[in-house]
Design a binder for this molecule. Structure first.
Ligand code: CAA
Length: 382
């Protein structure tokens, strides 16, 4: 909303994304939800407008956007369509391990085609038995000469099967706990890589969520990120950087629901007057707007901490994601209430917004895990 927050040179970019979202993305949102098909047209639109290039440094063909501009872009897209907002959030998530730990050669090899939008990225951490407990993974990687052989499976992977570039976490030393986990860049066409079950979800229906299966999958040793054993920390540092993006997705959904509730309440006549004239509705709208604004300040604040190069932002990232996603559920729920019976029907987007909001309390770490991250930071601070 508040474009003035971002540096002057990025204000035009965010204003253009807002216009694009309202004119080109919003009209597609209901259909994407209804068909559940991956929105290739939205992917192309974001690629053509260089929006998918935002997370990548200019020297590798990207836009090198600030983190603040990133969250504002995800917010604007998600305000109109959460599935489209997720395209940008996951392009960042899947490539951040390479940004943080990749060599110059790895960045040169992968970033230009990710930045152009030719390739999508995915982040392979979660497994069937390893969700909140990310260290409980079973996928193994065994080095044989110049190759690592991966065996195992990843579950609930956003963009799974569509992404050419998958950052995958696997055990190279199963006895070493979190220090035995390594990170790899796995191309979709490496031998032994296949796609399993495609999930049928409650919301973000156009986004593909799939299982990735590794059967003696051959990954060149040069695709190891950092050193053996660095993987868990790369995953945690990645999530610290990208959770604000999920906060921004939640914020955008909540803003969209607030916009809808305000405009509906001015038009809906009951008892011979717009329902907006009732204090019962006004108080709901005021609470919704306050939650949206508080979420916005938290998401923007942590993005600015990242842009300033601050090191200890992990808890603020968790707080922003947690608060914004809880706010999104409350605000979308209230929007349905303001719309009454119409809110419950698919004719209006309120129910879609609530279904889309729910995942933001779950992925990139459940809000219970965010509380754990925040509490640990509080209790270990000197
Ligand atoms: N940055 C750097 N290092 C970190 C770190 C951080 N934020 N957090 C932990 N570490 C380090 C610790 O310092 C420790 O290092 P040492 O070995 O040197 O001591 C090591 O990592 C292990 O840390 P913990 O003992 O704290 O690890 P843990 O097993 O207790 O797990 C956890 C911590 C926070 C619960 C972690 O498992 C977690 O974040 N779980 C949630 C996973 C998650 O968010 N999954 C989301 C999947 S992606 C997704 O959802 C995307 C999508 O679809 C769009």
């Amino acid at each position: 909303m508040a474009i003035a927050h971002v540096a002057e040179d990025e204000q035009a970019l965010i204003a253009a994304i807002r216009e694009l979202a309202q004119e080109r993305v919003a009209p597609r949102a209901a259909e994407i939800d209804h068909t559940g098909e991956f929105p290739w047209d939205m992917k192309e639109l974001l690629a053509q407008q260089d929006i998918l290039a935002m997370p990548f440094p200019a020297e590798y063909g990207g836009v090198g956007a600030s983190e603040l501009a990133m969250v504002m872009a995800i917010e604007e897209l998600s305000r109109c369509c959460a599935t489209t907002g997720l395209l940008l959030a996951v392009q960042q998530l899947g490539s951040t391990p390479i940004l943080l730990a990749g060599t110059d050669e790895q960045k040169k090899q992968y970033f230009p085609r990710l930045a152009s939008g030719e390739w999508l990225a995915a982040f392979g951490l979660t497994e069937a038995g390893s969700g909140s407990d990310a260290a409980a993974m079973r996928t193994v990687a065994v080095r044989k000469g110049d190759t690592y052989i991966l065996n195992g499976a990843k579950r609930f992977i956003t963009n799974g099967g569509l992404a050419q570039v998958n950052t995958v976490f696997a055990l190279t030393d199963p006895a070493a706990g979190t220090r035995g986990i390594s990170a790899f860049i796995v191309d979709k066409d490496f031998p032994g890589f296949s796609v399993g079950r495609i999930e049928d979800k409650m919301g973000i229906k156009g986004s593909q969520t799939a299982e990735l299966i590794f059967t003696d999958c051959e990954v060149p040793a040069q695709n190891l990120l950092g050193r053996e054993g660095d993987g868990f920390k790369i995953a945690m540092r990645t999530l610290d950087r990208t959770r604000p993006g999920i906060g921004a997705q939640a914020l955008g959904i909540a803003q969209g629901a607030l916009d809808l509730a305000v405009s509906y309440s001015k038009q809906r006549i009951q008892f011979n007057k717009p329902i907006a004239e009732n204090q019962g509705i006004q108080f709901m709208l005021a609470d919704m707007a306050t939650k949206v604004e508080a979420a916005r300040l938290m998401v923007y604040n942590v993005a600015e901490m990242i842009d300033r190069g601050e090191q200890n932002f992990s808890q603020y990232s968790a707080m922003a994601k947690m608060f914004a996603s809880d706010a999104a559920i409350e605000v979308t729920n209230d929007a349905i209430q303001v719309l009454g019976g119409y809110g419950y029907m698919k004719e209006y987007p309120a129910e879609r917004m609530m279904r889309d909001a729910k995942i933001t309390q779950i992925y990139e770490g459940t809000n219970q895990i965010q509380r754990l991250v925040i509490a640990r930071a509080l209790l270990t601070a000197s």
